[in-house]
Design a binder for this molecule. Structure first.
Ligand code: 4AD
Ligand code: MG
Length: 476
């Protein structure tokens, strides 16, 4: 039985076996108290070893980090903090952990240090809590879509297209790095490559997702995506997971409604199903806050922040309106922004944070961005300047969702691909959706790790994915 379940049981005569890792061992006069955790819950179960029940030689091997099977009876706990504990009859040590060498000794470890031992950090309270919340959110994502008539579409990881047109792809090739075959122009001849053309890891499943939506009406993807953007920030990974719903017959407004409902559902799901882990992370955060200056401390606790999102309507406004607000801000007038504000700029994180954290103090959905700063596939507005884009901005995170209504007019789409220099023959299959039975449709991408960041209250994206990949860092 896992510890999570065991902690709910009543004391009983029958013996139980707990297989787990030792968090701590405390010896007081003749009794040893062992805190055991198997990752099923943030809570440990206490095993109590009375004198002469387990040999000294075995007990010596029971140290922090070792793995054991403890057999004994579940009894009402004498101590505070737990209802039951195990009165130990015998211990089998599966694997020892030399206290001189095992790095996770019971003391506070910095997140930076834990990043260096990413292979062991899931054994800490903080990381096991994060991983359980991450799992619960992944499950809730599938549940939400399944309950709402969406089909899970598996889009390819290896593709020949650059959905975002930003050129941030990781090339996939079997050609030799030294002396690759060259064509007549002296360039690498990808006809000789595995797929007979240039291929890369996907930056987004959207284009293929649109193909699915043009047949199944409502689809979503949920998979890893890869971006070779050299931005070493606390919000960017080279490999991250993205959720991309795509819906036929949806316009921008429907897309906004879906995004808001979806995020609220996920946050609510976490509040209802990950209470213990969120309470632990909240306490961790409170301790961290205490080390900050008073004016930098957060006014809301983690749970309050999560509830706030669930209970309040997101602010909706256009890019143009947002620029007006920024131009009228004190920060702009006093030249406090690093990037000057003017219509047409790609909003920087400082601008997004101003809008969300200072001005509206709630999540914001920004729409109708200038077409020059958005991807080629977005539907053009009648003004000829903007497109039906939408970004959802979150406090402490910035952009959490990017999406749009798609251009469904073949001529306009072709014109846009020409303008941005995408060769028609490279996306002929995408253009065919507009040639045969084109329909209005819309969708968005939610960055999974940014959602997990928000729900766990963590501040670095490297700490919410088990095996982070960032520039110059891809251990294992
Ligand atoms: O805004 P993005 O680039 O949009 C797309 O990829 C569209 N194809 C989505 C769609 O309409 N189907 O990325 C979507 C989201 C961002 O809002 C952000 O949350 C996340 O993906 N994201 C990243 N997360 C972590 N690391 C990175 N390098 C990220 N780049 C984007
Ligand atoms: Mg974006």
């Amino acid at each position: 039985m896992q510890i999570k379940e065991l902690l709910q049981q009543q004391p009983a005569e029958q013996e139980v076996i707990v297989k787990a890792w030792v968090r701590t061992k405390r010896v007081s006069s003749s009794v040893a108290f062992i805190a055991l955790n198997d990752g099923s819950t943030i809570h440990n179960i206490q095993a109590v070893v009375e004198e002469n029940t387990v040999s000294e030689d075995v007990l010596k091997l029971v140290t922090t980090g070792s793995c054991v099977a403890v057999t004994g009876k579940l009894i009402a706990s004498q101590g505070q903090g737990q209802a039951v504990e195990v009165k130990v009859k015998s211990i089998e040590v599966y694997g020892t952990a030399d206290p001189e060498k095992y790095p996770l000794q019971p003391k506070k470890h910095s997140l930076e240090f834990l990043r260096e031992i990413a292979h062991l950090r899931p054994r800490t309270n903080t990381f096991s809590a994060i991983l359980r919340v991450r799992h619960a959110l992944a499950f809730a994502i599938h549940k939400y879509f399944n309950d709402n008539g969406f089909f899970y579409l598996h889009t390819p990881i290896i593709t020949g297209s650059d959905a975002e047109g930003a050129g941030e792809m990781f090339r996939v090739t079997t050609l030799p790095a030294i002396n690759p075959p060259l064509n007549e122009e002296g360039k690498v001849d990808y006809k000789e490559d595995f797929f007979g053309k240039e291929t890369n890891l996907t930056v987004s499943g959207q284009l293929e997702g649109e193909l699915g939506a043009m047949a199944l009406s409502k689809i979503y993807t949920f998979g890893p995506t890869f971006r070779a953007e050299n931005s070493n920030t606390t919000r960017h990974l080279a490999e991250f997971w993205m959720i991309e719903p795509e819906v036929a017959f949806y316009e921008l407004i429907d897309n906004m409604n879906l995004a808001e409902d979806f995020i609220k559902y996920l946050v609510k799901y976490a509040l209802e199903n990950c209470g213990d882990d969120i309470a632990f992370l909240e306490k961790r955060l409170l301790d961290e806050e205490k080390t900050k200056k008073k004016e930098e401390q957060s006014e809301m606790s983690l749970t309050e922040k999560l509830k706030f999102v669930v209970e309040n309507t997101f602010e909706r406004l256009t890019y143009t309106e947002a620029i007006e607000i920024l131009l009228n801000s004190k920060a702009h007038k006093q030249n406090k922004f690093n990037y000057p504000v003017q219509w047409g700029i790609d909003l920087q994180s400082e601008h997004e944070r101003y809008l969300v954290e200072k001005h509206f103090k709630k999540p914001v959905i920004l729409t109708n961005y200038p077409k020059e700063i958005k991807a080629f596939y977005m539907k053009q507005d009648e003004d000829g300047k903007t497109v039906r884009a939408m970004d959802v901005l979150f406090p402490g995170i910035g952009e959490i969702i990017g999406g749009s209504q798609r251009e469904d007019n073949l001529e306009k789409l072709i014109q846009r691909t020409k303008e941005v220099g995408i060769p028609e023959e490279s996306i002929w299959w995408y253009l065919e959706t507009r040639k045969f039975g084109s329909a209005p449709h819309a969708g968005f991408g939610l960055g999974f790790e940014r959602l997990v960041l928000f729900v766990t209250g963590m501040s670095n994206i490297r700490d919410v994915i088990p095996f982070p990949r960032t520039p110059k860092s891809a251990e294992f």
